[in-house]
Design a protein around this ligand. Sequence first.
Ligand SMILES: *[C@@H]1O[C@H](CO)[C@@H](O)[C@H](O)[C@H]1NC(C)=O
Length: 437
Amino acid sequence: MFTILVFLSLVCGLEGADVVLSCSLIEEGGGMGGMMGGAMFKRTPSTLVFRDLVGNDGLSPELVTPYNPPETPNADDLIFELTLPSIQVPNADLLLHADCNEQEVVCEISRYVPRGAELDSLPAHFIGSVQLEGGGISLTLVLQTLHSETTQSDTQPLMQSKLNLPLSQSGTLRTEVVFVVFSRVPSIVAPIGGDVLLDCGFRQKNSVPGQDVALEWRIQHKGNGRKILDMKARETGADVGQDLFVDREGTSAEPDLLVRDGNASLTLRRLKVTDEGTYICTVGSGEFQTQQIVQLHITQPPRITLSEEKLTFQDTTPQKLSCHCHRYYPLDVQVEWFSQAPSEEEPVSLSKESSLSSHRQHSDGTYSLSSHLTLQPDKNPPGTVITCRVSHPTLETPSDATLTVDKPEPQTAFWTIVLMLAISVVFLYQAFKGAEN
Ligand SMILES: *[C@@H]1O[C@H](CO)[C@@H](O)[C@H](O)[C@H]1NC(C)=O
């Protein structure tokens, strides 16, 4: 099987309204020996050029210098030149604004055979997957080679050495995007109990009205995969017909948005910890089918409480204090302890003296944990502030629970009794004295 993968971190450059992505072409297999021990890959540098991704509006004139192909076409060069003829991908301009030093772009290209086509038939097809690291947009493009009908030149076109496909006059492999599945939010974080929309959409060149659009959403988590929605929708007159399979309560997609707007987004209601995972949105229409990945992370910040509201040392007995972190997700939580006596300028870490309970997992998948500390009276005079500081991925800054060591209360009851007794004794003495007189 002939498969070509182009991936790797790309260096990209903004050249006018064209976006130029440099990457490596990777051939799978290729008879390098060794059927065992995993796939063998061969890398070849490659370039992806998005032509006129967006209009030139708003770009300063000195930036508008279109991509210039190499002066002398070379059969070994792999330059995929992409045009998006009638396809408008929302937010594709993010690729233009990706400052390449800051935001990495990852790209993957593989050979693709549409439904019902022959492997070596022309036009040839490729799948190009472009992802902006750190969010933004993720695109899976079906590229179809364009072959110019300008046969007036008698010379045979230069053939790309690896793909055996004719190159354009300028030495590029001219393709157009005929189908794209994209997500503008390829990674999303949502709290337990909330609702979430997993963004996925598609666009097709020359879509046929009334044609079936097939949508499938699968969840992949820790090696297990499960289909949670399967929908076939078609526009029939003013109506949208659909066949639907759903394997999760509170899950929906909109058949009319799917066929009319190319909106394949999935709504999940009342999220649970078990909904976390990698979601695969697969859209099929006509001869094309491809997919997009959306990551869903479930989070729940811990509720933090101390075991005591007040702390006083009546004598030299040490006191126990616990800090409880209730019902959080995911698992990673860090608990630190500090004390700061009134005479100290900086808080002192007590973390080394503390001990952690093991995690308890609740039936809803959330965790709880406690940290225990024994406090000595001599080291914690009244006015000392004790802090339990909890760090968790859901908290932008660590969250504190604090208490202040109180002065020991004067033992009023004891002294009252002593005073009462003294008064009584004096009174009785006076009374006896009076009686004697
Ligand atoms: C799909 O529709 C929802 C709800 O109207 C919207 O929030 C979302 O942005 C749309 N997504 C796409 C890919 O069109």
